[in-house]
Design a protein around this ligand. Structure first.
Ligand SMILES: Cc1cc2nc3c(=O)[nH]c(=O)nc-3n(C[C@H](O)[C@H](O)[C@H](O)COP(=O)(O)OP(=O)(O)OC[C@H]3O[C@@H](n4cnc5c(N)ncnc54)[C@H](O)[C@@H]3O)c2cc1C
Length: 199
């Protein structure tokens, strides 16, 4: 058990190093430029979208305030066990049927009839796996597909002058420019309502 946790720790450490380098690279590339699609959040939704954009000619960037992908799963579920099932052995060879029993995998653009070629089922045999395994899977997915993600980057504000103009994103920390985006996709997960005092 200790060996497994130790390996996981080393894998996460290696990923965080990659993450820092990636962040620098991604922000340098987009400096002063316009991006077709800006995706806010590198949770499962943001990663899935990024993977699809990656296989098109569109330019995109994912902005993630956490230090890695799947930031939500660094804290939740509090008890550390996923509530999404990982039924690895279904006794069925139909890829679509099997995918219905694998609630954690993110799809890839490669041959959809074969389900996914980067399956979460390869990461765990447990029916209800630990959330740290999903965290590892999501980060390895992002690295494997070389997704354009700027980590440790929070979107503080989204504005647009008119319906015809690009969106402008204020980022924190400020990279020295406001990011211009044709389309913004908010994949920021569960949000808390903001209340304003009106007097
Ligand atoms: C308590 C709880 C437990 C859950 N357990 C499970 C489970 O076991 N299995 C399961 O499949 N689903 C579970 N869910 C549902 C789960 O949240 C979703 O399935 C999944 O995480 C949603 O993915 P997402 O990418 O839409 O959002 P999230 O995973 O929440 O990702 C959103 C990302 O956006 C980032 N972000 C947010 N705002 C900004 C910003 N302004 N700038 C930059 N980045 C930003 C966040 O850091 C985060 O990484 C649970 C939900 C809750 C509330």
């Amino acid at each position: 058990m200790i060996r497994v946790n130790c390996c996981l720790f080393l894998r996460v450490l290696a990923l965080l190093t990659v993450v820092e380098a990636t962040k620098e690279k991604v922000l340098q590339q987009i400096d002063g430029e316009r991006v077709d699609f800006c995706v806010v959040g590198a949770g499962p939704s943001g990663l899935q979208l990024a993977q699809h954009f990656q296989s098109t000619s569109a330019s995109y960037v994912v902005l993630e305030r956490g230090a890695g992908a799947g930031n939500f799963y660094t804290k939740f579920p509090i008890h550390g066990t996923l509530i999404s099932i990982n039924k690895k052995y279904t006794g069925n060879s139909n890829a679509e049927f099997n995918l219905r029993h694998d609630w954690n995998s993110i799809l890839t653009s490669v041959d959809k009839s074969n389900g996914t070629d980067f399956a979460f089922t390869d990461y765990s045999d447990e029916y209800f796996p630990k959330s740290e395994i999903l965290l590892t899977y999501l980060n390895e997915y992002a690295t494997h597909f070389d997704l354009q993600i700027a980590y440790n980057t929070e979107v503080k504000m989204v504005t647009r002058e008119s319906e015809a103009s690009d969106f402008e994103l204020k980022l924190e920390p400020n990279p020295g420019f406001d990011l211009k985006c044709g389309i913004v996709v908010w994949a920021g997960g569960l949000g808390m309502p903001r209340s304003f005092e009106v007097s």
